[in-house]
Ligand binder design. Structure first.
Ligand SMILES: Cc1cc2nc3c(=O)[nH]c(=O)nc-3n(C[C@H](O)[C@H](O)[C@H](O)COP(=O)(O)OP(=O)(O)OC[C@H]3O[C@@H](n4cnc5c(N)ncnc54)[C@H](O)[C@@H]3O)c2cc1C
Length: 453
């Protein structure tokens, strides 16, 4: 096995958002202190940053004007708060401005580069990494990590096994591995920053292999499930089973997830896009992690979970029913579908109301059904589109096992963790990148032995 036996001061695994930030801030911290650190940044992809390039529809929603712990799910909100305070959204804006990327605000506080190009964000980050003198080992995939205190050099603590993939993605690296064309080497490092991502969009290089290493090293990894994934709907003849017919329609809806006893597990209100497979857009995607989490954690109750769609103006069926009584008195000959058209686009109103006739002709039972269709239409969600279509990962390393000031593992000293592989996932709106910048900043400074600040 070939190998560079002179230990690196810091080896960073993964050159996605978190790893790039960590590389820049580790080097900056060292410069601040007047020390020189040898930093190597390893990524299986020959051209890393695929996820930054596809993010925000190719425009990269870099962060948000207002980022709070409540914008995240996963581990302890108190720990998430500490991390976010360590490097907040204003610092992210200032940092990007210093790299030449000015951000502009859009609805819901989303911040995008002024030129609407994710490429500008990636180029600025890669430029900063290059300018900081960080050694980039791209096209080389880490295949294992072990603690080797004192070996080779007294101060070396980790040995990373590295496979030269020569490919631009993890799948190419895997292919090389299968056909045996992949030479292996190793590197020694005093500190390691693991920024290998979660499992979302695995073709970009993050396939969850790091979770295996972390478990072996003694970490608790909360089962990873897709987060921010579109929902797949089963089809039936009921109105809730015919929504795929509405492919292309977008509107604001409230999506409620309830357990077998009717208790609300999660609720999301916002833009919803009907598609040929089911539901996409912010509200369904934000809901997906709750459904995936509940289904994964308690498989016995999974079949009993219920998702309903309702118009945001009608929070409960009782209120909708009272309105239907009043409208039936006022305009008995009006069709139910025409009334539903007061809130919904015509195609949806007709799908929901055509078979119900006129307001005046509704039986008590049919009136109740009309109210349910407006306020809490049951839909049969067969699942989500999985990691291949998810924007991030719910689950990951238990946040209690890292020091929120330096992102150093409490289980493996010298190992710092950042980004999506930690148990925190943000909703749509730039929050996941903010998590990556903040944890990358803290891990970078922490590994340079300076801590946040
Ligand atoms: C389609 C899409 C759109 C998105 N849009 C937005 C958005 O607009 N705003 C937002 O805030 N978030 C968005 N996200 C989420 C955001 O991209 C992620 O939260 C963020 O990229 C996570 O950063 P990371 O550095 O932790 O992981 P990743 O970006 O996944 O980076 C991990 C890196 O590690 C490398 N790697 C993995 N394993 C190994 C290994 N064994 N050896 C070497 N290298 C390895 C990978 O090649 C990869 O480069 C989007 C995600 C997707 C999929």
């Amino acid at each position: 096995m070939a190998g560079d036996m002179k230990p690196w001061d810091i080896a960073i695994v993964g050159a996605g958002a978190a790893g790039l930030a960590a590389a820049v801030f580790a080097s900056a911290a060292a410069t601040e202190e007047g020390v020189r650190l040898r930093v190597v940044l390893v990524d299986g992809a020959r051209r890393p940053g695929a996820k930054i390039l596809v993010s925000g529809g190719g425009r990269c929603n870099v962060t948000n004007e207002h980022v709070t712990p409540e914008d995240f799910e996963g581990g302890s909100r108190a720990i998430i708060r500490k991390v976010l305070r360590g490097f907040d959204e204003q610092r992210a804006r200032d940092w990007f401005a210093s790299l030449g990327v000015k951000l502009k605000a859009e609805p819901h506080g989303k911040l995008f580069p002024e030129d609407d190009k994710a490429r500008s964000v990636l180029d600025a980050l890669l430029g900063a990494v290059h300018g900081a003198g960080v050694e980039a080992w791209f096209g080389r995939r880490v295949t294992g990590i072990e603690v080797v205190e004192g070996e080779g050099d007294e101060s070396a603590q980790f040995r990373l096994k590295v496979a030269r993939s020569g490919g631009s993605s993890a799948s190419e690296a895997d292919e090389a591995k299968r056909d045996g064309s992949e030479p292996e080497e190793s590197l020694l490092a005093r500190r390691v920053i693991l920024a290998a991502g979660g499992m979302a969009l695995p073709k970009s290089g993050s396939d969850g292999a790091a979770f295996g290493w972390l478990r072996t090293m003694g970490h608790r990894v909360i089962a990873p499930v897709p987060s921010l994934a579109p929902l797949v709907l089963a089809e039936s003849r009921a109105p809730g089973g015919r929504l795929r017919e509405l492919a292309g329609v977008t509107l604001d809806l409230r999506l409620d997830l309830r357990d077998a006893d009717g208790r609300l597990v999660a609720s999301q209100t916002g833009s919803t896009l009907f598609t040929h497979f089911g539901l996409s857009g912010p509200a369904p995607m934000n809901l997906s992690r709750h459904l995936a989490r509940a289904r994964n954690d308690t498989p016995t109750i999974a079949p009993l979970l219920r998702v309903t769609l309702g118009h945001p103006s009608w929070p409960d069926t009782a209120a909708a029913e009272r309105m239907l009584v009043a409208e039936a008195r006022r305009t008995p000959s009006r069709r139910v579908s025409a009334l539903l058209g007061d809130w919904y686009p015509e195609r949806l109103a007709r799908l929901l109301g055509d078979d119900l006739g006129t307001l005046g002709g509704l039986t008590r039972e049919a009136r109740r059904e009309a109210a349910v269709r407006l306020a809490a239409l049951p839909v049969d969600v067969s699942g989500d589109r999985g990691f291949a279509f998810a924007e991030t990962t719910a689950g990951g390393v238990d946040l209690r096992e890292v020091d929120a000031r330096t992102m150093e593992s409490r289980v493996v000293p010298g190992l710092h963790l950042c980004g999506e592989l930690l148990d925190a996932d943000g909703r749509i709106g730039g929050f996941n990148f903010q998590w990556a910048w903040a944890t990358g900043y803290l891990a970078g400074r922490g590994a340079a032995r300076l801590g946040g600040g």
